[in-house]
Design a protein around this ligand. Structure first.
Ligand SMILES: [Fe+2]
Length: 263
């Protein structure tokens, strides 16, 4: 059990509560054009999906002699780059299969063309993730990737046990891409793989942070890194929304709440 009242957990959850973007609802309901869908997914892929295993490897590369931490990260990395635990395929590859299910071609996701065309806020978030994943303290790099990037706005509810993520065929059947955009369930292996293995990795992520941020200074840097990530991620999502031509309706979306101040 992860103690939700632990000060570092509380601060990180206050950040995760805000990992929501005003344009998200538009992305999970019908109405987007193929071009809008493509631009959204091209950005997700180039910004953190394609290179996520490498980011994990970079963070793992700076972990000192702590076998439990190294093992948890190695296991996560193994799944991300091979799909070995879920008996599927590398997650970036599963993502591309999902794109093919939507009718896009692999050429639409070719590395150099994509990277040239990224919104500047996306490029900046991507470069920052890459740089930050090899900076000390290692705890901040690991929390950034395994809590902030891999985690979602549902983190608190999942830890509390009040929200249980759909899994397997149930998750596939209810997925917006299947329901609204005609993606065949057979192309949704990524969702199945995440349902199969991600639960364990979420627990590992929180345990690592709890066990290795007892030093106040380290805990502060961990929280500040994730706050920085949230601001950069929001700018990245704003940039993608601008590219998609989705306008914010201020009468329906409130300004984000302020992150709890850190000591
Ligand atoms: Fe993944």
């Amino acid at each position: 059990m992860i103690p939700l009242t632990h000060p570092t957990v509380q601060r990180l959850l206050a950040i995760m509560d805000q990992k929501h973007h005003w344009a998200y609802p538009a992305l999970t309901r019908p109405g987007l054009t193929r071009k809008q869908l493509l631009v959204h997914f091209q950005h997700e892929y180039a910004t953190y999906v394609r290179d996520f295993p490498v980011l994990l490897a970079r963070a793992l590369g700076q972990v000192p002699d702590l076998p439990d931490v190294r093992r948890a990260l190695a296991e996560n990395l193994y799944e991300e780059q091979t799909g070995g635990l879920s008996k599927s395929a590398p997650h970036p590859e599963l993502f591309l299969r999902m794109m093919e299910g939507l009718g896009f071609s692999r050429d639409d996701f070719e590395e150099s063309a994509l990277d040239r065309d990224l919104h500047e806020a996306a490029a900046s978030y991507k470069q920052w993730l890459r740089a930050r994943s090899v900076e000390s303290p290692w705890q901040a790099a690991v929390a950034l990737l395994t809590i902030f990037v891999e985690g979602s706005v549902n983190e608190r509810a999942e830890l509390e046990g009040s929200y249980v993520r759909r899994r397997g065929e149930d998750a596939v059947k209810h997925h917006a891409l299947v329901v609204h955009y005609g993606c065949p369930p057979s192309a949704m292996q990524l969702v199945r793989a995440h349902g199969d293995v991600e639960g364990g990795h979420r627990g590992d992520a929180w345990r690592i942070v709890l066990d290795h941020t007892k030093d106040e200074t380290i805990a502060k840097i961990v929280v500040e890194t994730c706050m920085d990530a949230l601001a950069r991620w929001q700018r990245y999502r704003d940039g993608v929304a601008a590219r998609l031509g989705i306008e914010r309706d201020h009468s329906l979306t409130a300004a984000p709440p302020v992150v709890a101040a850190t000591r």
